[in-house]
Design a protein around this ligand. Structure first.
Ligand code: PRX
Length: 567
């Protein structure tokens, strides 16, 4: 029997106090995610239970019990308080998916500091804007990423400590650099966890919007209340599960459900720190007898592409529950999964801002392939009329997905940008920025985003950020960035570029610009195609009309062009 029972009944009786009680939390008490995910599990008699099994791409393997997680996070907490970092300061994790990332996440939270996880694939420009915005005090990184940090540290006066977790002594440390070795540091048995409360800031995740630089989504320790119960009910995590979340903690899935959810439930989870390969993934599932698998549509489409034959080589019978997040999950992917694994991928819909799954196909509920499912109990979700932001009274209408604020893991603000935060609300509804329709059974069907943000393989890329970076290339005069269709990633980045005098379009120049963006921003933000043009479509007031280029890429109607400059 799944953890989650009858939907109609639970919706009727639900209150977040169910989760509070299971976590022995009473309003007004101290609540610290780091403590809940390690010390509390040990106190429940699971100190020797395996918490984390980590595998590196070279086959390296490390295993941590809950007691190890407790000790290691204590040790990291003591180390950073020893550096003089205070509660409320921002500490960044700029690491591959190595154990220090998971242990550091909990350790930072134990000190009362705010943890800022960032993708290690980010180039120096992406890193810089996020560290500058958050006025980050310290960064954990590895030798291999150090050169990016060194390039920007002089522009970051607040960044006082650059902590290298794999320093080998071979080259001298530079200013502000300090080594930390998890293996060689004496473990701290007793660390007095900082008394954080429900509204104390915890995690700062950066997300891309349509305009301006990425925004820091600020969460609080109380988010645990949602993350715990959604991990239990939606991912159906149980005590004997062997759980694999494929997401990187640079992304909210990798923290809410790759750290907080499973660890607060005392579940054993696996991390595979290597790139994608169908064979390697199936082997990983088989070898580790994975029971619950949380992944993303792009990965699922890549598995589909690898074919059904390869699946027959592996015993994947351990899989009990499958879930997906990040982009629309096509009905073909759900049907394929039923065919090859004997069970569907359950779609889950949410955002960095929501902190937890808000709409989903629950275990045990009949899945309508292609639909995102129904709202989680305690979440009021609707589809709003575009013009007056009132919920449509009848099913079937396409509008904006709106959520009633107030669930525990709702973001509290955008870091240092209260105005952008306020702008996300209309008529008392939080606007997700997505469009959908609801059918007569109350199931939500995703239609698309309501802005220009590009969702490539589940990762949001801001056209603005790519355009800004393009302008820094010596050959680029102007640019417009849109998405173009892609069979695996759904959409990828495409740039239209006009060149400065003296530069001529060529394949070499295209590659050079692509590489420039990859290094500056990230491989995901890198345009997969650059089209050199003589001019870009603009409004009479000079604003570039991405909409027209977007329509061209997707073979859609161009719509009203009456404001076009060159009409
Ligand atoms: O557009 C929606 C899409 O991803 C956006 C949120 O991205 P991010 O903040 O990076 O968080 C991703 C992980 C929670 C949403 O606004 N999205 C997310 N899940 C789905 C989805 N689109 C369709 N179906 C989903 N299940």
């Amino acid at each position: 029997m799944p953890n989650f029972g009858n939907y109609e009944q639970i919706i009727k009786d639900f209150s977040w106090s169910i989760s509070e009680q299971e976590l022995d939390y009473k309003p007004g008490q101290v609540i610290n995610i780091g403590w809940y995910c390690s010390d509390r599990i040990c106190q429940q008699g699971k100190a020797d239970k395996t918490a984390l099994i980590w595998e590196g791409f070279s086959g390296a393997k490390k295993i941590y019990t809950y007691n190890d997680v407790r000790l290691c996070s204590n040790t990291i907490a003591r180390f950073i308080t020893g550096l003089g970092i205070n509660a409320g300061e921002r500490v960044c994790l700029f690491l591959d998916r190595i154990p220090e990332l998971y242990l550091g996440f909990l350790g930072i939270l134990k000190t009362g500091a705010i943890v800022q996880p960032l993708f290690s694939a980010f180039g120096e420009e992406s890193l810089f804007v996020r560290l500058e915005n958050a006025r980050t005090s310290a960064i954990f990184t590895q030798k291999k990423h150090l050169s990016k940090v060194r390039k920007i540290r002089d522009k970051l006066p607040d960044l006082k400590h650059i902590i290298i977790v794999d320093y080998d002594g071979k080259s001298p440390l530079q200013e502000r650099e300090v080594p930390f070795s998890m293996e060689n540091t004496e473990k701290i048995e007793n660390y007095e966890v900082y008394p954080t409360y429900a509204e104390t800031p915890s995690v700062l995740h950066y997300t891309s919007g349509t305009t301006g630089q990425p925004k820091g989504v600020q969460h609080v320790h109380y988010s645990l209340i949602s993350q715990y119960i959604t991990a239990k009910w939606v991912l159906d995590l149980r005590d004997d599960d062997l759980y694999w979340c494929t997401a990187d903690p640079g992304w909210v899935t990798g923290t809410s459900y790759g750290i907080i959810g499973p660890f607060s439930l005392g579940v054993t989870q696996f991390v595979l720190d290597s790139g994608f390969s169908a064979e390697a993934w199936y082997r990983f599932i088989e070898r580790n007898r994975i029971t619950v698998w949380y992944s993303a549509p792009t990965a699922i489409r890549s598995l589909m592409k690898a074919g059904d034959e390869i699946i027959k080589k592996f015993d994947l019978s351990s899989l009990r529950h499958l879930a997906s997040v990040g982009e629309p999950l096509n009905p073909e992917a759900v049907n394929w999964s039923i065919r090859v694994f004997g069970k569907p991928f359950h779609d889950t819909y949410w955002q960095t801002e929501t902190g937890c799954i808000v709409i989903t196909n629950f275990p045990g509920m009949s899945v309508k392939p292609g639909s995102m499912g129904r709202p989680f109990p305690g979440i009021t979700a609707t589809v709003l009329n575009h013009s007056n932001h009132e919920p449509y009274p009848e099913p079937g209408r396409i509008g904006l997905i709106g959520l009633k604020p107030g669930w525990p893991s709702m973001m509290r603000t955008y870091w240092n940008n209260e105005e952008a935060y306020k702008n996300k609300f209309r008529n008392g509804w939080y606007l997700t920025g997505d469009r959908a329709r609801i059918d007569k059974d109350g199931y939500f069907w995703f239609v698309g985003r309501d802005d220009d943000v590009i969702n490539t393989g589940g990762h949001l890329v801001s056209p603005f950020e790519v355009e800004s970076a393009l302008l820094e290339h010596q050959a680029v005069a102007e640019s417009a960035v849109v998405s173009k269709p892609d069979p695996i990633n759904m959409e990828v980045v495409k740039a239209y570029v006009t060149l400065k005098p003296g530069f001529t379009a060529s394949k070499d120049l295209e590659l050079d610009i692509m590489n420039f963006i990859r290094k500056k921003l990230s491989p995901l933000a890198m345009p997969q195609e650059i089209e050199f043009v003589d001019s870009l479509p603009k409004t009479r007031s000079g604003k570039i009309m991405r909409r027209i280029l977007h329509a061209k890429e997707w073979g859609e109607e161009i719509g009203d062009t009456s404001t076009l400059e060159n009409e």
